[in-house]
Design a protein around this ligand. Structure first.
Ligand code: PLP
Length: 390
């Protein structure tokens, strides 16, 4: 009998019943088709005169004017390839955070670093662990690398060290922990993350994704650099997309043991950071006043939003980041989907997070003063509305 691979060309446009696969096109690995593509927060509100996007945790302060100037200055030179090793950027990051530039890797957003980590360490027959409401990109990169995603349950919408450790087996290669986590906004204190690092076997890489670190104002928080210094199996990832206001340029970085950074450098694409991202990132790092203003803005408006929204009779999760998850009642006319429609009709675009198993929540990014006040006014009107019967 003819083997699947020896079918004649004429037969290739038919489904091969014996191989149970259509032969007329190349097929991706089965893991790839098991991935639900990441759906970003919407940015449109059809019919609304003005749209205020509060669905992607972007900063309401915009990028640093210094970063904007750096982009303008760069424009005439973009015919040249960037420096493939991002030396100037790694040195600027190292100087800012007191880290060894040789142990830093930069990428097209921290998504790129997460992807490289999964690709380097996970594969068929191997597992990656992340938490129940953890950032969904982890699942995607584990599957894309051919591995098996394993979910550790959370307690009160917060990662549980014991639950994570209980999911670790000889097949586990990587644990992803977002700290603080998106979309919940909750975090693990430094002592707990240290306990996790100590509890993991040496063959498991712990990735601490600290995309929102700059916003956290808690004495018991540590972004992950100290643990990455102390352990041979801990990496921290960071981003310029959030407080630095450079999401559109795609710039993130990772810091870890030299052997991990070496592995990632072997598989990254040679120019994974554009010259635009690089010069803007360096300029943004130097503009400390801009970042302090963003922190101060968040420190004022995050608790204000939590207070005002709670006063409307809605529950909010305790967030240390620049967004809040709001829980809506399971009552006709009052659900998260109803609220989403109501807010969108006023041009206020929040993030539905049903994909995280949090269908009764909407995630709200802290916006400008005007945006925050408009959201609270709209939610107040929404809650005052007589609930629909049915
Ligand atoms: C927890 C977390 N990690 C990583 C990212 C990816 O950020 P970027 O690829 O823009 O650096 C995000 C973006 O929303 C995030 O929320």
């Amino acid at each position: 009998m003819e083997s699947c691979d020896m079918k004649s060309w004429r037969q290739l446009d038919r489904v091969d019943a014996r191989c149970e696969r259509p032969m007329s096109k190349p097929l991706p690995r089965p893991n790839v088709l098991a991935i639900d593509p990441y759906v970003p927060g919407k940015s449109a509100a059809p019919g609304a005169a003005r749209v205020i996007k509060l669905s992607a945790n972007e900063t309401p302060l915009g990028p640093s004017p210094r970063a904007v100037q750096a982009l303008r200055d760069l424009a005439p030179s973009v015919a040249a390839y960037p420096d493939g090793s991002s030396i100037a950027l790694r040195e600027a990051i190292g100087a800012r955070w007191g880290l060894d530039p040789a142990r830093i890797i930069c990428g097209a957003g921290s998504d790129n670093i997460l992807e490289l980590l999964a690709l380097a360490y996970v594969g068929p027959g191997l597992e990656g662990v992340y938490t129940q409401y953890g950032f969904l990109e982890y699942r995607i990169v584990i599957l894309a690398a051919g591995g098996t995603p394993i979910v550790a349950p959370e307690t009160n919408f917060t990662a549980s060290v014991d639950a994570i450790l209980s999911k670790v087996t000889a097949r586990t290669k990587i644990v992803f922990l977002a700290n603080p986590n998106n979309p919940t906004g909750t975090f693990l204190p430094a002592g707990e993350v240290a306990r996790l690092a100590r509890g993991l076997p040496a063959h498991v890489l712990l990735v601490i994704d600290a995309a929102y670190a700059e916003y956290v104002r808690r004495d018991d928080y540590e972004a992950g650099a100290l643990l990455a210094n102390a352990h041979e199996n801990v990496v921290m990832t960071r981003t310029f997309s959030k407080i630095y206001g450079l999401a559109g340029l795609r710039l993130g970085w990772g810091y870890g043991p030299a052997h991990v950074i070496d592995a990632l450098n072997r598989i990254r694409s040679p120019f994974n950071v554009s010259s635009a991202a690089s010069v803007a990132g360096i300029a943004a790092l130097k503009d400390r006043a801009h970042i302090e203003a963003a922190v101060a803005h968040n420190e004022k408006w995050l608790p204000w939003l939590a207070r005002e929204i709670t006063a409307l009779g809605l529950e909010v999760l305790p967030s240390v980041a620049n967004f809040i998850a709001i829980r809506f009642p399971d009552a006709p006319g009052r659900t998260a989907a109803d609220a989403d429609r109501f807010l969108t009709s006023r041009g206020l675009v929040l993030r539905a997070i049903g994909a995280y198993g949090m269908g009764e929540f909407l995630r709200l990014t802290v916006g400008s003063q005007e945006a925050n006040e408009l959201v609270v006014a709209a939610l107040s009107d929404f809650m005052a509305k007589a609930p629909a019967h049915g």
